[in-house]
Design a protein around this ligand. Structure first.
Ligand SMILES: *[C@@H]1O[C@H](CO)[C@@H](O)[C@H](O)[C@H]1NC(C)=O
Ligand SMILES: *[C@@H]1O[C@H](CO)[C@@H](O)[C@H](O)[C@H]1NC(C)=O
Ligand SMILES: *[C@@H]1O[C@H](CO)[C@@H](O)[C@H](O)[C@H]1NC(C)=O
Ligand SMILES: *[C@@H]1O[C@H](CO)[C@@H](O)[C@H](O)[C@H]1NC(C)=O
Ligand SMILES: *[C@@H]1O[C@H](CO)[C@@H](O)[C@H](O)[C@H]1NC(C)=O
Length: 317
């Protein structure tokens, strides 16, 4: 019974051991979230520079990025809040903005800043376990009350009727059997993975950054060791931590299974050895043993003829 207790406490310790890295992974904030926010701040400034003195509303103006960010495209469009709500924007680059989009806090005029991060996407937006099949596109809203302003806070825009659609023109094909998903990076640096709305199209009811992603081919599983190195920094929430939980529980389950099997074998061996010792002792003393369990077979033991019971081995072949 002491043995049982010891193995039970061992199990509890093991379960905790495998739960801990998973719990920790869930609370890790994206390491690139800060620099991604800094990039937003910089791109807002450069996008606003595309406006002339009296920019036409509802017209996109393409901006220039500093030379250290070549490969990123930006654009800015000034809109009256009422017009955005009543009419939407049929097509703003890859974004289809339906009617019913409102902003918080309310402003009379706002600017929608568009970002196409091109070959910089991986630098600023990564999801462990996933690969981008498209560049990351951003749609952010700011107040238009001062077109020279920098360090502006983002406005929250919300699609109240039908979602905003993002139609990706060029999507790399997903590897065999892999399912493409939509990634939405919100402004807090969290990523949400969802199904495509339709072919090459994602949907959102809020501002943020978007791309189509696919799960990377998993690396071959590392051998189970008592000190697993922690999973790579998990910046994605929900699904990627779900993956972490699944992987963690599978690994934990395997170890528990192996441990259980080991325990059962050990206990059996222990039992058998005890029986054998008893039989040997009995035989030595010459005590009459009638039918005795030897292993799993009944064996006549210690009759008057004093024939020794024959133990072939501890295990049946
Ligand atoms: C790029 O250059 C701009 C202005 O020249 C600077 O403010 C910014 O920090 C630089 N960004 C990076 C990522 O190097
Ligand atoms: C950025 O714009 C240029 C010129 O319009 C275009 O040639 C290029 O493909 C665009 N880059 C991306 C990443 O879409
Ligand atoms: C993206 O491509 C441009 C040239 O088109 C290059 O100057 C830039 O360094 C590239 N960015 C990254 C992150 O590789
Ligand atoms: C607009 O913002 C710029 C930069 O922050 C500032 O210098 C300027 O005074 C502002 N203009 C108005 C009218 O608030
Ligand atoms: C924008 O929405 C986020 C949650 O999505 C919230 O935390 C934040 O306070 C909102 N900001 C404003 C100005 O309403």
């Amino acid at each position: 019974m002491g043995l049982l207790l010891r193995s039970l406490s061992m199990l509890v310790i093991l379960v905790w051991f495998f739960r801990l890295p998973v719990l920790r992974a869930q609370s890790i904030i994206a390491p690139s979230a800060r620099s991604a926010h800094d990039l937003d701040v910089l791109l807002q400034d450069y996008a606003y520079r595309a406006f002339g003195r009296h920019p036409k509303t509802g017209t996109p103006f393409d901006g220039k990025v500093p030379s250290n960010l070549t490969g990123i495209n930006i654009s800015a469009m000034r809109l009256r809040s009422g017009s955005l709500y009543r009419k939407g924007v049929p097509m703003y680059k890859e974004f289809v903005i339906p009617m019913g989009v409102s902003e918080k806090p309310y402003v009379e005029r706002l600017v929608l800043v568009y970002q196409n991060l091109g070959n910089w996407s991986m630098r600023y937006y990564t999801v462990p376990g996933y690969t981008h099949l498209t560049p990351v596109l951003g749609l952010l809203a700011y107040s238009a009350s001062n077109l020279s302003a920098t360090l502006l806070p983002e406005l929250n825009i919300t699609a109240t009727r039908t979602p905003i659609l993002i139609k990706f023109p060029d999507v790399q094909s997903a590897p065999n059997g892999a399912v493409a998903k939509c990634a939405w990076f919100d402004l807090k640096g969290l990523v949400n993975i969802n199904n495509l709305a339709s072919v090459n199209t994602c949907s959102t009811i809020q501002q943020g950054h978007f791309s189509i992603v696919v799960e990377s081919i998993a690396p071959s599983p590392a051998p189970i060791s008592p000190t697993p190195s922690g999973p790579p920094v998990v910046e994605g929430k929900k699904n990627s931590s779900k993956v972490g939980i699944v992987v963690g529980s599978v690994l934990g389950g395997l170890v528990l299974l192996a441990l259980l099997a080991f325990l059962v074998l050990w206990a059996q061996k222990y039992k058998n050895r005890k029986k054998m010792q008893q039989m040997e002792r009995a035989a030595d003393v010459g005590e009459a043993l009638h039918m005795t369990m030897v292993g799993n077979t009944k064996a006549p033991a210690a009759t008057v003829t004093r024939t020794q019971p024959v133990l072939e081995s501890e295990y049946a072949p």
